[in-house]
Design a protein around this ligand. Structure first.
Ligand SMILES: *Cc1c(COP(=O)(O)O)cnc(C)c1O
Length: 421
């Protein structure tokens, strides 16, 4: 199935007389006929739902759909994108381990890596995503266990060279994790370029309507966890009577472990209602993404030609620094997100944002309604000037998320707000 068809049909097949739309199983628990059966469920020798912190039929249907869209062997939905990033890494890393991340990433992820995970004894090194293979290799240590980056970085809109990072990761026998939130599998499927694990904040385009916070992790099934660097995958898990993830679950070892260990213990589960909303969003994702891309390209071109605009980052633009990488990884478009700066830096940016009428100021992005944000005073507010610079964020940077309104209305709002600058 092509992605438009997957978005409508994967994950749930109604039986004769069954509900056409995936039902919301608003149930925390499930009923069994025998203790024998429950015993098997707890030992993971029997498949099935037994408690909704671990799995739920509505959530499972959406997980299957997203796994199919990304070309993975399985997926795990989480209560937020933050939880997805955290679990994706914690499933591999423990106290004393190290990982390498591209520096241009979402502010919340930066905090998670630099503050909270650091406090847990997990160390991160940031590298410039555009650095050479040798430079990135130099950041890898004996205890490095993963590489991380965002397909399209939030908010600077740089394109992550997935194949380059996958080569480095695999040369070092460690997995590459790619946050594919802005691109969505409609525009880019990182697994096809060598990514081992893909994460998303479903809060953004997948939901797309600003109604639910959520995340998801997708496992490619391609990484070899038996290479000696990941004993948690190859040694018996005593909390499941000696289950060995690679032996017992083969290609799904990573995603099964993420669910039965990480989700069991951390409990950042999505509600069935949230999964239902995400599913509705997914049904129209390809159509919305097409409009987002077309509108954003036009808005970016308009901004670039405007004399009050200092610079524009939109990788599909002629002359953009990432145009070549975008043609390779995102040939159908670069989402609805644009980063730009008006002349007059921080003050100019604030004047522009406060003058907008249709496009609303929101702590949100990748939504059906156009919205705008000033990262330096909001999402990336906790970062030092040095960290801001490393993440590619200038004080005047504006993140414009172009929605699905008529492009003429969007541009006339931009036009009138720029006239106030
Ligand atoms: C928003 C976002 C996240 C965090 O997701 P939440 O759903 O807000 O927890 C992670 N990565 C990227 C790229 C994001 O845009």
């Amino acid at each position: 199935m092509k992605i438009e068809t997957q978005c409508l049909h994967e994950g749930y097949i109604p039986g004769n007389g069954g509900a056409r739309v995936v039902p919301i199983y608003q149930s925390t628990t499930y009923k069994f006929d025998s203790t024998e059966h429950v015993k098997g469920l707890f030992d993971l020798t029997e498949e099935g739902h037994f408690y909704s912190r671990l799995s739920n039929p509505t959530v499972e249907a959406v997980e299957k759909k997203i796994a199919a869209m990304e070309g993975g062997v399985g997926a795990l939905m989480t209560s937020s994108g933050q939880a997805a990033s955290f679990i994706a890494l914690l499933n591999i890393l423990k106290c004393g381990d190290h990982f390498v991340s591209a520096a241009s990433i979402y502010g919340g992820t930066l905090n998670l890596f630099s503050v909270t995970m650091k406090r847990m004894g997990i160390e991160v090194t940031y590298v410039d995503g555009d650095a050479t293979e040798e430079e990135i290799q130099a950041a890898i240590k004996e205890n490095t266990r993963a590489l991380f980056g965002e397909t399209l970085s939030n908010p600077t809109m740089s394109v992550f060279d997935i194949e380059k990072f996958a080569r480095i990761a695999h040369k070092n026998q460690i997995p590459l994790i790619v946050d594919n939130t802005f691109a969505t599998p409609v525009l880019c499927r990182p697994i096809e370029f060598g990514a081992d694990i893909v994460t998303h904040s479903t809060t953004k385009y997948m939901d797309g309507h600003a109604v639910s916070v959520g995340g998801v992790i997708v496992d490619s099934g391609n990484f070899d966890w038996t290479n000696g660097k990941f004993p948690e995958f190859t040694q018996p898990d005593e909390s499941y009577h000696g289950v060995v993830y690679t032996r017992d679950f083969g290609k799904s070892a990573y995603i099964v472990k993420a669910r039965v260990q990480m989700m069991r213990d951390l409990g950042c589960t999505p509600s069935p209602q949230t999964a239902f909303y995400v599913n509705l969003g997914l049904e129209t994702l390809p159509m919305r993404i097409k409009t987002h891309c077309e509108n954003a390209k036009k808005a970016a071109e308009y901004l670039l030609a405007h004399d009050k605009v200092e610079w524009v980052n939109y990788p599909a633009l002629e002359g953009d620094k990432y145009k070549t990488l975008a043609e390779k990884y995102l040939p159908q478009g670069c989402s609805g997100v644009i980063a730009f700066s008006v002349k007059g830096g921080r003050e100019g940016g604030i004047k522009f944002i406060d003058s907008l009428k249709l496009i609303s100021l929101q702590v949100h992005v990748a939504d059906i309604r156009s919205c705008v944000l000033h990262p330096a005073s909001s999402t990336h507010r906790q970062l030092s000037d040095e960290q801001l610079k490393n993440a590619g964020i200038t004080p005047g940077l504006i993140r414009l998320s172009v929605g699905c309104e008529n492009i003429e209305d969007i541009i006339s709002d931009i036009e009138q707000a720029l006239s106030k600058v």
